[in-house]
Design a protein around this ligand. Structure first.
Ligand code: NAP
Ligand code: MG
Length: 494
């Protein structure tokens, strides 16, 4: 049955969100009883009170995670057992998709359509894919003479922390939890303060699936409280962070100031969308250009906000982008016909509006968009023409719906402008010529290049950034497992 706006509103009205921390198999308050509120940014209304965890709570979670890691219930279980339990998590997420998607939409202001896709399709796929890897990840034998047998083996790293952003809350939780648990780690997860509710609910479903107490812990809190306590904890072995470059840098300091835990960083971007002069401006290209910029209201680390268009095509491209953008519907995120929901918060909306003003002040031409009159924190999709590479809106990550169009005179100029950034997460290239496509793909200094379509890849392909977009760590694919495993050599003299 296809659910309607009224159906989703009715489901939302009945939900009773749980904002309590989940530690050692139980829902609990913070040790000091402190709480904060999470709101629905589309209405400004309070959704739930949330446990405000601090270092005492992180200590409790890490102690539980260590106890169960050491007793081997999960870490040394048969891989087939971990597989079966994680497959059951995937099944339970599928069965609870509507509830989880409505909860996510309320907590983030994301559209219900996107939430249903992320939670009904992507999140269970992550649990399923890593579950299937649990009993298919082999070690190696090194070539030696007959005097030795050298085994290269992989062991779970121990306690894995995940510190998450607010833009894809449950999906990012799955990105970290699924590979960590598949290899046998115990996990301590800190969701973003704005969006704690679905990760907390997921932990309960994981318990129902048979994940033992202590293996999954969810610690809601602020960055400077729970986040910092996790970063500085001396008994966390590996930490995977997704968020801003500024905070990623802090996690490297925290590691240096504590136990030198491994730190994997997935951070910001300022990704280009490049159209070479042989690319026909089709409906498909315009769909990719606009979705790459405005999907999730532009609150996406790999959003393609610098659109570098071959000069002869700029006029047609700009006109067609504007025509398409006019059809985007801003509105109630629970309405399935809504294309763009709310910004995550009032502060974030204000910051994005400052960037829009800076574009105007620095001489770019705003041809559509700006603040919306809707209640909540909405911004209309905004398009700038005449953007030059030195402008603030061309250089800094805005994390909102602000697309800048720049004409380029050659492939070399497109490459030079695209590469002139401190970030290196993603790029899209449109061309009919495979040689030009491959030249661009091989030359662009970023973790993912998509050709003739905006794509971040899928679960099978590693995702991460060059330069200040990331560390060498990757999420997704078999590559993600490296964040959660130690490599051990066993050299047997024979
Ligand atoms: P953020 O401010 O860096 O926050 C990310 C996480 O770090 C949150 O859980 C946050 O807690 C925590 N944190 C903040 N300050 C901290 C501190 N002093 N010590 C320890 N932890 C701290 O980023 P965001 O605003 O949530 O997300 C937006 C950013 O994430 C963008 O820059 C975007 O590009 C990036 N992002 C990257 C990827 C990727 O895969 N590369 C994916 C999605 C988003 P609070 O919630 O309390 O602030
Ligand atoms: Mg919220």
């Amino acid at each position: 049955m296809t659910l309607t706006h009224a159906n989703f509103q009715a489901i939302a009205a009945k939900l009773i969100p749980n904002g309590r921390a989940y530690i050692d198999g139980s829902s609990c308050d913070a040790v000091d009883g402190d709480k904060f509120e999470t709101i629905n940014p589309a209405t400004g209304q309070v959704l739930a009170e949330v446990s405000h965890c601090k270092s005492a709570d992180v200590d409790r979670a890490v102690a539980a995670a260590r106890r169960v890691f050491n007793d081997g219930t999960w870490s040394r279980a048969e891989p087939e057992h971990r597989k079966e339990v994680l497959l059951k998590v995937a099944t339970l997420v599928r069965e609870h998709t509507t509830e989880l998607a409505v909860l996510e939409s309320l907590d983030t202001g994301k559209t219900i359509t996107d939430c249903l896709h992320e939670i009904g399709t992507e999140v269970p796929r992550f649990f399923q894919w890593y579950a299937e890897l649990a009993d298919k990840t082999f070690g190696k034998i090194a070539p030696t003479g007959l005097g030795a047998l050298a085994l290269i083996t992989y062991e779970p790293a121990g306690i894995a922390a995940g510190v998450l952003p607010w833009n894809f809350p449950l999906l990012m939780a799955a990105w970290k939890i699924a590979p960590a648990l598949a290899v046998g780690c115990s996990a301590v997860i800190k969701p973003a303060e704005q969006t704690p509710l679905t990760a907390i609910r997921l932990a309960q479903l994981m318990e129902e699936a048979g994940v033992p107490p202590g293996v999954i812990n969810v610690i809601p809190g602020y960055g400077h409280t729970a986040g910092q306590a996790i970063g500085l904890h001396n008994d966390i072995d590996t930490l995977s962070f997704t968020g801003s470059t500024e905070v990623g840098r802090m996690f490297l300091h925290y590691s240096g100031d504590s136990n030198l835990k491994g730190v994997g960083l997935e951070m910001g971007g300022k990704s280009p969308f490049i159209v070479l002069d042989d690319a026909p401006i089709t409906d498909d290209l315009i769909e990719h250009a606009t979705m790459s910029a405005f999907w999730n209201g532009g609150q996406n680390c790999s959003a393609n906000m610098r659109q570098l268009i071959a000069a002869p095509l700029v006029e047609e491209f700009t006109a067609r982008v504007c025509e398409r953008v006019k059809a985007f519907r801003l509105g109630d995120p629970l309405d399935p016909s809504t294309d763009i929901g709310s910004m995550i918060s009032k502060d974030h909306k204000e910051m994005v509006m400052c960037y829009i003003q800076s574009g105007v002040d620095q001489g770019a031409r705003k041809i559509m968009g700006g603040s919306s009159d809707l209640p909540g924190f909405f911004i209309e999709p905004t398009v700038f023409q005449g953007v030059t590479p030195d402008m603030q809106i061309a250089r800094e990550e805005i994390f909102g719906p602000v697309l800048g169009i720049m004409p380029v005179g050659s492939d070399a100029e497109a490459l030079a402008i695209a590469s002139d950034t401190e970030y290196g997460l993603h790029a899209t290239v449109f061309t009919r010529d495979i040689d030009r496509a491959l030249h661009m793909a091989r030359s662009l200094p970023c973790g993912t290049v998509s050709v003739n379509g905006f794509s971040e890849g899928d679960i099978k392909t590693p995702f991460g950034g060059y330069k200040m977009s990331g560390s060498l760590a990757r999420d997704n694919g078999t590559e993600a497992l490296a964040q959660y495993m130690q490599t051990k050599t066993i050299w047997i003299t024979t």
